[in-house]
Design a protein around this ligand. Structure first.
Ligand code: SF4
Ligand code: SF4
Length: 690
């Protein structure tokens, strides 16, 4: 009796000890990791609870972003969903240590649960097999630089957990101790004959062996993961929860107060402690899957920037430097601060980014690479005045002339000469729609054609519109993306003052960079308007029958998605919709389109920087457009127009580059001149705006 009693308490005591050790190690590591996250700068991610619940439901539970790639998505979902179901088998295994007949209340030991468990165990095993097939047979380039061996061990560990469970269940069936009918546990039942010929004592001993192997594998897994580079298994859920719920194109404002510059103001990220806590959490979360690297235009054209390696390098630094800082702080000691650039990230890596957002679109765990890059740039530009020499011209032009071209503001409306476009005068009532022309549309000769087409189409649709003329300053997008937050803030505040003073409510922008800044970033500076991109407005006008497209445009066109219209603001269908209404026009998709669109190379202020290594991004995209056989490439952005036109010229290709507005202008006739319905207002004629 005493012997039996002693045996029956050994299991629970051993389990309690194993649990204690495992949880203690887990908690110790978790405390350390949370401590490091708390070294980061504040960023508000506590709002929008409903959307965050939705993100957890779709991105984490639904594996939405992983399914952007079918096979790897199915593989990961099989393992992830399988493990969720296996929480019930883990609970049963723990319970079995206390009593052989442990049952989960309500659902335990039922035929349905037995079947579901067996099916999902199979799914996990199949998922592991697919993962090995992808890694060892397909060997995609995206894994270059990842810790593939550690990932292999983790996959094998997962497989061992499932195999030990199958052995345990098969042994129980052989002993007729299975709860659900054996037929409802088909795979386990298939394995049961392996134990049939054994004595009950051996079956019993094997059962205990499999049970403890299973339990120790699970506890070992729980303990090992937070110490490994595959911390994402526990970090991805909070990282998705705290991800950005605003438009992807909005950058976090710094709101610099010049008065307080003497104090310890954070101007971007110089060291680990300048990263936000979310950025530190991002580094824990990287799965090293390389999807971001695979999509990155910089990496794909031979630049040194890989968004994956950027995050991995930052993580290595966080793991190395974070504990040192914590220990030094706990001891009240001083510690050496390490500059992230260039100690962790090379200057050229920082400057190679076009902020296209392809990495963020792909990342299955919602890492926000652009925030990292812009924060590094902010420090280099504002604290160290360190940036590529040619970018200095951009910044000087913005400071002195309020536009990147360095042209006189007085010539801003020259593009509209002779079109009868109304320039909003002080005290005049705001028009139905303010046309925000943008700097490219005002000063670049090729982009001015878009502005003229815009005026023509707006007039053809009978829209009451006007422009700000010389009072329109650069929105500040290039200043912000290059890292000069202060300059951006100055331009934004002046523009908001002008727009608010004029009583503007609705703005149409033909430049997606202006559109993004006006729509998503100006509300942070007191400017809240209804902002639409011209393709959105045209789509609406065509559908409402206010814009008649009657002229035939007989050609084959391929549409290129601008990053700041598509990925950053999810406007994909409207440009295609209006093009579909143009008589005679045929379209063909580029190989990379919609969310997968490939950058033209101009975003992130790259328009004003040299591409010193690899293939030019605009040439890569031009080659892709040429290969479609299209006669023209349609864009919805003046930057894309300039970059792809340069690409076509460099390649000597017979490829026209036209904005959607130009296509519509060709199809809608001349519209009887521009200027909308405000005939009495001052208009731009030759020399006007001077
Ligand atoms: S934003 Fe674009 S260019 Fe920058 S790292 Fe991401 S994918 Fe690469
Ligand atoms: S940053 Fe995201 S997409 Fe890139 S490797 Fe890490 S998890 Fe994958």
């Amino acid at each position: 009796m005493l012997g039996l009693a002693a045996t029956s308490v050994i299991g629970p005591v051993a389990l309690a000890a194993a649990l204690l050790v495992s949880f203690a190690l887990f908690a110790r590591r978790a405390r350390r990791l949370i401590g490091i996250v708390r070294l980061g700068q504040p960023v508000d991610r506590g709002d929008d609870v409903a959307r965050r619940v939705g993100l957890e439901a779709t991105v984490v539970l639904g594996q939405r972003k992983l399914f952007q790639r079918a096979l790897p998505g199915a593989m990961h979902a099989a393992i992830f969903w399988g493990f969720l179901v296996l929480l019930t088998t883990i609970l049963e295994a723990f319970g079995e240590v206390f009593t052989r007949h442990f049952t989960i209340p309500l659902i335990g030991r039922t035929a349905a649960l037995g079947l579901i468990q067996d099916l999902f165990m199979t799914l996990v095993a199949v998922g592991v097999a697919i993962a090995f097939y992808i890694r060892k047979a397909q060997r995609p380039e995206r894994f270059a630089g990842s810790h593939v061996h550690e990932a292999d061990y983790i996959l094998l560990w997962i497989l061992a957990i499932v195999l030990s469970l199958w052995a345990l269940r098969a042994d129980r069936i052989a002993m007729e101790l299975n709860g659900p009918p054996a037929a409802w546990m088909p795979v386990s039942n298939l394995l049961a004959p392996a134990f049939h010929g054994l004595s009950s004592g051996v079956q019993e001993a094997l059962g205990q062996l499999f049970l403890w192997i299973h339990l120790l594998l699970i506890l070992g897994f729980l303990t090992y993961i937070p110490y490994s580079k595959h911390l994402h298994i526990v970090a991805s859920e909070p990282n998705v929860w705290f991800s950005n719920t605003k438009a992807r194109g909005r950058l976090r404002p710094l709101k610099i107060d010049l008065e307080s510059l003497e104090e310890d103001v954070s101007l971007g990220a110089a060291t680990l402690e300048d990263l936000t806590w979310k950025e530190i959490l991002d580094t824990y979360t990287c799965t090293e899957c390389g999807r971001c690297q695979n999509a990155c235009p910089a990496w794909n054209t031979g630049k040194p920037l890989s968004p994956k390696l950027l995050i991995m390098n930052l993580r290595d630094h966080v793991f190395e430097q974070g504990p040192r800082i914590l220990d030094a702080k706990a001891a009240g000691a001083s510690y050496e601060k390490v500059d992230l650039v260039p100690a962790v990230v090379d200057d050229e890596v920082v400057w190679s980014c076009t902020t296209c957002g392809a990495c963020m679109q792909e990342c299955p765990v919602d890492i926000e690479h652009v925030d990292h890059i812009v924060d590094l740039r902010r420090n280099l530009v504002m604290a160290e005045s360190r940036f590529p020499a040619e970018a200095g011209t951009l910044l000087r032009n913005l400071e002195s002339a309020s536009n990147p071209w360095g042209q006189s503001q007085s010539s801003r409306a020259d593009w509209a000469a002779g079109l009868g476009v109304r320039v909003l005068a002080p005290g005049e009532p705001a028009p139905e729609v303010l046309y925000w022309v943008g700097c490219a549309g005002s000063f670049d000769e090729r982009a001015r054609k878009i502005s003229r087409a815009m005026a023509q189409v707006l007039a053809a649709a009978g829209i009451d519109f006007a422009i700000l003329g010389p009072k329109e300053l650069c929105t500040g997008d290039p200043a912000r993306r290059i890292g000069n937050e202060y300059l951006f803030q100055m331009l934004a505040e002046q523009n908001v003052e002008t727009l608010n003073g004029a009583g503007v409510r609705t703005i149409v922008a033909s430049c997606p960079h202006c559109f993004n800044t006006l729509k998503n970033e100006y509300p942070d500076y007191g400017g809240t308007y209804e902002v639409v991109h011209h393709t959105e407005l045209f789509s609406r006008l065509v559908r409402e029958g206010r814009l008649a497209l009657t002229g035939e445009v007989n050609e084959l066109l391929t549409y290129h998605d601008p990053c700041y219209l598509g990925r950053h603001n999810e406007v994909y269908e409207e440009p295609r919709d209006v093009l579909a209404h143009v008589p005679g026009l045929r379209t063909v998709e580029l190989p990379r389109h919609h969310e997968r669109g490939f950058c033209c190379g101009a975003g992130g202020a790259r328009m004003w920087m040299e591409e010193r290594s690899g293939k030019r991004i605009n040439i890569e995209r031009t080659d892709e457009a040429v290969a479609t056989g299209a006669q023209s490439v349609g864009v919805a952005c003046p930057y894309c127009l300039i970059m792809l036109d340069d690409g076509a010229k460099a390649r000597g290709a017979e490829l026209k580059v036209v904005d959607v507005a130009q296509v519509l202008a060709a199809s809608s006739g001349d519209g009887g001149g521009a200027g909308g319905s405000a005939a009495a207002s001052p208009t731009v004629g030759p020399g006007a705006g001077a």
